[in-house]
Structure formats: structure tokens, C-alpha cells
Design a protein around this ligand. Structure first.
Ligand code: PMV
Length: 315
């Protein structure tokens, strides 16, 4: 019996987090150095319908039937079974592992869903299309945090830099000249749902003012797209600074994120900002192949628990 394995990358948001939930454009890119992986094996001796699940990083070993239906790992399998119109689920085991930081703004939940959807549908013999995978992963994200924009499942399914507007077909970003980013992890877990809810409350209280911030962030994302497509990465530094100032205004930064942003500046980064929901999780700094190591070292010295040097390019 062959094993069916699939993996999906992590991601960062370069521009536009939070505002993207309210219809503004955002830019995200896959981070191939971190991945979630799922391995599905048929279990010929298992009783029909029994799916054994093992999520190594969560310390979880259980069966599908023993998980609440809205548990994200169960939901993804039930949704896959429904999409494939399975009359019964074959006895199998699914093992999930990931080195994407959990609740760190790098899309760990969407990547786990995408990997499971691909491995499980391959085992069943009905591989789901990218469009189906992205849609089902989105539906699971709804369970995680209520009102996701859909950017995480999109960039992770297609594993390409994207320009994303909620509810519109995703556009691949044509990166004219690849550029380097350093990612710094505060090591602080910050569930997206909490931060997104706080932003919603601020928006409900002062919608005109917060809406203006969202529009400004959207304009930055649009300008960044142009710069990326024209190969002028140097224009991104000031845009990252401007975006970070607006995220600060929205109340989603933190002293730890600010400390890392400051450290990146001191090491020569022309721009740095938080990436993802904020409050904790990861930040990104614009770098060059020459100074990336130095910036990464400065981030670790300032408290980053992990740094990743990554290149943004259209595959
Ligand atoms: O899942 P995270 O932490 O990368 O955050 C996603 C970005 C948000 O804009 C804050 C939420 C969303 O659904 O787009």
C-alpha cells in the first residue's frame, strides 16, 4: 500500500494585513523554508470508516470519530469527504507534522489543512483541484477565526506571491527582480482570532477613522505591487515603514515586535514591519543578500527566537 504524502509552505504577509479583511488589497508570499506535511496511509486491517490521526507537534493521537466535528483537523476531513461525495471514509491513518510556528502569523493552520486535503484526497483516488483545496482550507479557517480574508489559504495553496483582494480571483504577483527578506519570530503566540476581533471592535467604535487607516494600507499595498512588478525593491522600505506605522495605529503591534523592527533598522534594513495578525508572531525586514545575515543576527540578539532568510520570487 503506497503512502500518500503532501506538504504546504508557510507564508508571510508583506503588505495589507487586517485591512484585507475589509476589502483592501494585500500582498503575501510563500515561505518555502517552513512546511506542514501530511502522510496518509490506507489501513487494510482497520475497521471501515476509522481514521487514525496523529498530529506530532500538537501531541495529538486520536481518531476522527473521537474529535469534535468542528475541531480543525476533523473539519478538514469531513469537508474533504463531502467535497468528494464519499459514501464512506476508507480506513486509514493520517500523520501531520509541521515546523511552521503555531499562531505566529505564518499560516500554520492553513498549511496543515492544505497538506491534509491533498494527501487524503490522493489516498481516496480523487485528488482535489487547487481551487477546491483553497476553498476547503478557507472554510476551516472560518472555524479558526471567524472572518478570515482568505489570503492565507490562497497563498499557501498556490505557493506563489499573490496580490489578493477578498472575494476576487487571486492574482499571481510577477516579481521582476527577486528580493530578500529576513523574518524574525518574537516567539509569542498570538491567536489571529483575538487580534482580528479587537480590530473589529475598534472599527465598530470609530468606523470612519479606522476605515481611513484601512484605505491608506490598501494604497500602500497597491504601490508595493507596482514597485515589485517593476523590479524596484528599494521602494519597498519606505512602504513597509508606512504600513507598520498604520498597524501601530490599529493597535496590533507590541513592544516585542517594535524591538525587532528597531533592531532591523539598526542593522541596516531600510524597512521592517510586523507580518500577519500582530501582537506577537513574526516580523519581516527588507534586506539584501549581502546584509541579510547581519540583520538576522541583530534580530536574534534583540530576542527573536528564530530567524529565516527568504527570497521573494515568482516561481
Ligand atoms: O493568520 P495570520 O496571523 O497571518 O493573519 C492573517 C492576516 C489578517 O489580515 C490579520 C487576517 C486575515 O484573515 O486576512
Amino acid at each position: 500500500m503506497p503512502a500518500y504524502s503532501a506538504s504546504a509552505p508557510g507564508k508571510i504577509i508583506l503588505f495589507g494585513e487586517h485591512a484585507v479583511v475589509y476589502g483592501q488589497p494585500a500582498i503575501a508570499a510563500p515561505v518555502l523554508q517552513v512546511r506542514a506535511k501530511a502522510i496518509a496511509n490506507a489501513d487494510p486491517r482497520g475497521s471501515p470508516g476509522t481514521v487514525r490521526l496523529r498530529a506530532i507537534d500538537l501531541g495529538l493521537e486520536t481518531t476522527l470519530a473521537d474529535l469534535p466535528v468542528d475541531h480543525p483537523l476533523a473539519a478538514v476531513l469531513w469537508k474533504a469527504a463531502a467535497a468528494m461525495q464519499l459514501s464512506h471514509i476508507p480506513a486509514c491513518s493520517i500523520q501531520v507534522s509541521s515546523n511552521i510556528p503555531i499562531a505566529g502569523g505564518m499560516g500554520s493552520s492553513a498549511a496543515v489543512s492544505v497538506a491534509i486535503l491533498r494527501a487524503f484526497s490522493a489516498l481516496v483516488g480523487q485528488p482535489l483541484s487547487d481551487e477546491q483545496v483553497s476553498q476547503l482550507a478557507y472554510e476551516v479557517e472560518v472555524i479558526h477565526h471567524g472572518i478570515p480574508s482568505g489570503i492565507d489559504n490562497s497563498v499557501i495553496t498556490y505557493a506563489k506571491p499573490v496580490y489578493f483582494i477578498k472575494g476576487k480571483p487571486i492574482e499571481t504577483l510577477q516579481v521582476k527582480r527577486p528580493f530578500t527578506l529576513v523574518i524574525g519570530d518574537t516567539g509569542i503566540q498570538s491567536p489571529t482570532a483575538n487580534v482580528v476581533n479587537d480590530v473589529r471592535q475598534a472599527w465598530e467604535k470609530a468606523s470612519d477613522q479606522v476605515e481611513d487607516v484601512f484605505k491608506h494600507i490598501g494604497a500602500i499595498a497597491a504601490a508595493a505591487r507596482e514597485a515589485i512588478e517593476q523590479g524596484s525593491a528599494e521602494a519597498l522600505g519606505p512602504l513597509m515603514e508606512e504600513n507598520q506605522a498604520l498597524l501601530r495605529e490599529l493597535g496590533v503591534s507590541s513592544s516585542e515586535l517594535e524591538g525587532l523592527v528597531e533592531a532591523a533598522h539598526s542593522a541596516g534594513a531600510p524597512g521592517a514591519k510586523l507580518s500577519g495578525a500582530g501582537r506577537g508572531g513574526n516580523m519581516i525586514a527588507l534586506a539584501t543578500p549581502e546584509n541579510a545575515e547581519e540583520i538576522a543576527r541583530a534580530l536574534r540578539d534583540a530576542g527573536a527566537v528564530r530567524t529565516i532568510i527568504t527570497e521573494i520570487r515568482t516561481p
